[in-house]
Design a protein around this ligand. Structure first.
Ligand SMILES: Cc1cc2nc3c(=O)[nH]c(=O)nc-3n(C[C@H](O)[C@H](O)[C@H](O)COP(=O)(O)OP(=O)(O)OC[C@H]3O[C@@H](n4cnc5c(N)ncnc54)[C@H](O)[C@@H]3O)c2cc1C
Length: 466
């Protein structure tokens, strides 16, 4: 696999320096210490969330190849730094920015290679799921359930488990991992899979920013590309939120596994009144797979509706890009919920009807088929059949204050019903929560202690509430 982005300039080659002393080793990629010209951009320019923290690394290595990554891990050990990693730069909490670290930026790891003999694709961690991998696989008639917003990097997405398209029916994206190439905390390059370094493979499927290695390539099982997408969406005024959410809590179980299903709270452009949309996309299930949505008792009061219409994947992705604009300030939180409608709905309604900024949105996704099927044993281990996520989006520091206060209120109402959270939408430094089952957490700690005894990788930012 080619590890470089097609069309990108070759990275600047710098001889790296010790503390004031030139060394003989060289990186093929580019290297900056704090204070070097270009350091500030190298550290932060690729972070999606513009609500940047004040944390900064001690140095940045834009690695050109696996040898650079291994050499970077060894340099960090020699300098007494820990190692932070960036693939796509899309973690809401900017996890790649950690103090006293060498930040290994994998921006140049954008290779993709499809193997028709076993329908697997090998991707570099900075490949963007929707923008790069999806069109590449479409050319082979194949599909991978990439993250909803097309610019999300495959690296962080897969390591956290990955809630990709129709996660409800197809499961966590990490379930489709076949093997990985990993640079370990000792600076060795190893492969891991179910049968090779299986402990690393187990941990890499869900430990996210707590992972203690650098993944330089992922081999993924692809699936046949869908033939048709069918969509139903019902838009309700916010005063119907309690009735709609109560119905949704039951009706979601009646939709087949081919349907991705969510209730979404947002404020339409040009309006100041939030609406609640029940949105369902069927992958090859056709109109019949969406029939259960007509059973909503207030369906006649929907202010707009789309019933079983064909939709393009490109259109769905464009909506995601509009909903998650660049150059904005984000705060996200989430919970896997369980409870009856009478317990949950009163806690959920304000999360859909009182949004702090015009662009903020909330999602209540259904995972019924995934949970019923029981995912394999791996670090991601906490799912319930109901996933709530809130994305507060603003443009100013004053918006941050509003967003945070709203998230705090929202999550404190839901906490009594929460089994834990999904790392991908979490910021443990702000709100600690459980991230794995108790059994998985103790397995994870055992593997981490064996694989990274010196704590070369910094682990979670904020302690999980395990
Ligand atoms: C607009 C937007 C939409 C999103 N939509 C979805 C969605 O639909 N589904 C979903 O599940 N998530 C979604 N997310 C969350 C996203 O999956 C996570 O934030 C994920 O971490 C992003 O991966 P990244 O490589 O782009 O991020 P990065 O910030 O580069 O990585 C996050 C952290 O993961 C670890 N990491 C990343 N790559 C590696 C590697 N190669 N080796 C070792 N450690 C690594 C590091 O600790 C790193 O700091 C979305 C995020 C955004 C901003």
């Amino acid at each position: 696999m080619d590890g470089h982005a097609a069309g990108e300039p070759a990275p600047r080659s710098l001889r790296r320096r010790g503390r004031g002393q030139p060394r003989m080793n060289a990186f093929t990629g580019a290297f900056w210490r704090s204070g070097d010209p270009g350091f500030a951009d190298a550290a932060t320019a690729r972070v999606f969330n513009r609500r940047l923290p004040s944390r900064r690394p001690a140095a940045v290595l834009r690695a050109a190849d696996v040898a650079d990554v291994a050499e970077g891990v060894r340099l960090a050990a020699a300098e007494g730094w820990r190692v932070a990693v960036r693939s796509g730069g899309h973690s809401w909490a900017a996890w790649s920015l950690r103090e006293d670290t060498l930040l290994i930026d994998l921006a140049l790891f954008t290779g993709m290679s499809y193997d028709p003999t076993d329908a697997t694709v090998t991707v570099g961690p900075a490949v963007r799921g929707g923008l790069d991998l999806d069109p590449y696989l479409a050319g082979h008639g194949r599909f991978f359930p990439v993250g909803h917003s097309p610019s999300v990097g495959m690296g962080g997405f897969l390591l956290q488990g990955g809630i990709g398209w129709n996660c409800r029916g197809w499961g966590w994206a990490a379930e489709s991992l076949v093997s990985m190439e990993v640079v370990t905390a000792a600076g060795e390059v190893v492969r891991c899979s179910e049968t090779e370094n299986a402990d690393l493979f187990w941990a890499a499927r869900g430990s996210g920013p707590g992972f203690f290695g650098v993944v330089t390539a992922f081999r993924l099982r692809t699936r046949p590309r869908f033939r048709e997408l069918t969509r139903s969406a019902y838009v309700f005024p916010s005063e119907l939120a309690a009735e709609v959410l109560s119905w949704y809590h039951v009706a979601r179980h009646d939709l087949p596994a081919s349907v991705e299903l969510a209730a979404v709270g947002c404020t339409p452009p040009g309006s100041d009144a939030p609406v609640l949309t029940v949105d369902a996309v069927s992958f090859d299930g056709g109109p019949a797979s969406l029939a259960a949505l007509d059973s909503c008792p207030v369906v006649a009061r929907a202010s707009a509706r789309t019933v079983a219409e064909p939709v393009d994947f490109a259109e769905l992705q464009a909506e995601q890009l509009r909903g998650n604009p660049e150059n904005h300030r984000y705060a996200a939180d989430n919970a896997f919920l369980s409870g009856s409608a009478s317990e949950l709905v009163p806690a959920l309604v304000p999360a859909f009807t009182e949004l702090p900024t015009p662009r903020t949105f909330t999602v209540l996704g259904d995972f019924t088929p995934l949970v019923a099927r029981r995912p394999p044993d791996m670090a991601v281990s906490l799912q319930t059949d109901l996933y709530f996520a809130a994305y507060a989006i603003g443009t100013t520091p004053a918006d941050d204050v509003l967003s945070r206060a709203w998230l705090d209120r929202t999550m404190s109402r839901l906490e009594p019903h929460s089994a834990g959270c999904y790392l991908g939408d979490s910021d443990l430094a702000v709100r600690a929560d459980r991230i794995m089952s108790d059994a998985a957490w103790s397995t994870f700690r055992r593997i981490r202690a064996a694989r990274d005894p010196e704590g070369r990788f910094p682990g979670y930012l904020g302690d999980p509430a395990q």
